[in-house]
Design a protein. Structure first.
Length: 412
């Protein structure tokens, strides 16, 4: 029976091609950047999205907005639309986020990042892949169920959340903590916010995330008399090289992940003095650490603090450590969890690809869901252009992923 229904649904989804592109273009035109990145939030995008959903025939909505005085509206919108199935107490969730990252240097874009356009079968624009590709795919997969008059075995919840690109504290995390319980124990939860170009990776585990900034304080002086000061840049440079030691202190590998080891990478470097002939008295750099789940971040911090104290003593400087992200990873979703098995079946049927469970270094909202002991799968067939200039998504990915979601809805 599912093959006949899937054929109907697939044909219906193919008929939506132009409508899906049009919705992508409309969504891209409405900036939804969080206040941490200089934006005013997601409310305008949320309003547009809900209006479109109502026009498409969606009727059941539930809002869970978070207060945020940093945006002009005072709220960060989060909402769910539901299609009732035969079982009204078990849900298949597709969770996507409305917020985007800033476009960055506009000169690197071929076109206005907020005026999405189609070229060679791809949609280009900020947000079209992250996360609108699968947002639109999930919407039209559910719309196909409505238009075909099919009642799914389980009820469907499409959730649209804010604040994913920064902390999720005003998004899904808020919903989970505010609505008790948001999920049922046997719900099937999919977060389509990571994947690979083949559509073969079902993410079931994430590394812990530790983002740190190091402010080294020495003494500023004239470049001709360095002995009168204390070069913070020199001390910080030595600290960078010493922090490489973390790879040897935490050496384990896990083949579930790619790369299989923990990573400790210096990244952002802030400007110190504005001229060449001044010895800097202050220097700031940051580090991005992605740590295997079996390590405790407390132990990583202890090792970092020991290295820092050694540099302070050797160079007679003070070093302040500030934490931008501290996310201890949760226990992985079981590779044989029902949601993983169902996704595997759907991907095989739609894309003729044998999917496998794996782990990633990137963070998604799935981490917080796992911490609440709910199995969750992260999956998308994606070209991985998120956060890049000329971000794009193949239209065929959007259609294909919609068919995978529809297959999930049809399974019993």
């Amino acid at each position: 029976m599912i093959n006949n229904e899937l054929q109907r649904i697939s044909q219906r989804i193919d008929s939506y091609r132009e409508a899906m592109i049009e919705l992508q273009i409309a969504l891209s035109a409405v900036s939804a950047i969080g206040p941490e990145n200089g934006g005013d939030g997601e409310l305008l995008k949320a309003k547009l999205l809900e209006e479109r959903l109502i026009q498409m025939g969606f009727k059941n909505f539930r809002h869970c907005d978070a207060k945020d005085e940093r945006v002009s509206s005072g709220i960060r919108p989060n909402f769910i639309t539901t299609i009732e199935g035969k079982n009204k107490n078990k849900f298949i969730w597709i969770i996507t986020h409305m917020d985007i990252v800033p476009p960055g240097e506009l000169r690197l874009w071929s076109h206005d990042p907020y005026s999405a356009y189609v070229k060679n079968g791809h949609i280009y624009g900020r947000g079209v892949e992250d996360n609108q590709q699968d947002m639109v795919a999930s919407i039209f997969a559910a719309k196909a169920m409505i238009d075909e008059g099919l009642i799914p075995e389980y009820s469907i919840n499409l959730a649209f959340v804010s604040d994913e690109e920064t902390s999720s504290n005003k998004g899904l995390y808020y919903m989970i903590d505010f609505v008790n319980p948001l999920f049922n124990d046997d719900d099937l939860i999919v977060v389509p916010d990571s994947g690979n170009p083949q559509g073969s990776l079902i993410e079931v585990a994430e590394k812990s995330m530790l983002w740190l900034c190091f402010k080294t304080k020495g003494k500023q002086c004239h470049g001709s008399n360095p002995h009168l000061g204390n070069n913070a840049f020199v001390a910080a440079s030595h600290l960078v090289t010493k922090l490489v030691k973390l790879k040897k202190l935490f050496p384990e590998s896990d083949p579930l992940f790619d790369p299989p080891q923990s990573t400790f990478e210096p990244t952002k470097k802030e400007a110190n003095v504005g001229n060449i002939n001044t010895i800097p008295g202050e220097d700031i750099f940051c580090m991005d650490c992605r740590v295997l789940p079996n390590y405790d971040l407390h132990d990583v911090m202890t090792s970092i603090q020991k290295i820092v104290r050694g540099i302070e003593k050797k160079f007679k400087v003070k070093i302040e450590i500030s934490t931008a992200q501290y996310v201890q990873s949760a226990k992985p979703t079981a590779s044989d969890a029902p949601v993983v098995q169902m996704l595997t079946k759907a991907i095989q049927e739609v894309y003729n690809v044998k999917a496998y469970p794996g782990g990633v270094g990137a963070g998604t909202v799935a981490s917080y869901i796992r911490k609440k002991n709910y199995p969750v799968a992260v999956w998308s067939k994606t070209n991985q252009t998120a956060h890049q200039p000329d971000e794009n998504c193949p239209v065929d990915n959007m259609l294909g992923n919609a068919k995978v979601f529809a297959h999930l809805f049809l399974q019993k």
